[in-house]
Design a binder for this molecule. Sequence first.
Ligand code: DC
Length: 232
Amino acid sequence: MKNTTDQTGCMVAIDGPAGAGKSTVAKAVADRAGFTYIDTGAMYRAVAYRALQAGLQVGEDDDAIGSMAGELAFEFVTLDGSRQLMVDGEDVSVVIRTPEVGALSSPVSAIGEVREHLVAAQRQMAESVPVVMEGRDIGTVVFPDAQLKIFLTASAQERARRRYEELVAKGEQVTYEDVLAAQRERDDRDRSRELAPLRPADDAVQLDTDGLNAEQVVERIMQFLSDQGEDR
Ligand code: DC
């Protein structure tokens, strides 16, 4: 692969449904390439978290949730080697991972004004540094000109199993069936919404991760990145 230090603005977009392994893979690709890792789902979760805190209801208070999203200052920082999301100076990395916030983040992310503010913030984050950005609409809306677009998929059962194991490891009281049902609901909503629905960009490389471990997926992406560097 070419020298990565002169690739300011270089973008690797990693999209896909919940639990396809985007975070693990995107973090590892960013580490290896020396790019900055940005988890856009965390930003939608943070808006959902703040809406819950403020007692705002999706469907009733969408305008207020939209304006609030525009006032939040998002910053990703590396603390003790892991990436944390700061919102107005508060580290929200742990509180945004509860099933409650996860479930609410999907309808919150369907509010147009929320998307407008978050997409603008995401574009700004990639202005001066090369990034690996993961989400649902990075290759289709946020960076349609990204150098490399990956769409990660895996079967619904495999994705729910991974998410279930993650939650159990964190001490959450959940059942596999509940995780699968919540994931279905979220994916259906994310795919069928009017604004920036979850779908692969026409020029995305689709990678099915069933039966592949994270290392194998990362290897493939690094190979695509290196092939692209040679083409440029
Ligand atoms: O990746 P995640 O599960 O943390 O994302 C939380 C929610 O945010 C998910 O239901 C879809 C939404 N999202 C989105 O609409 N666009 C993105 N770029 C990232 C996430």
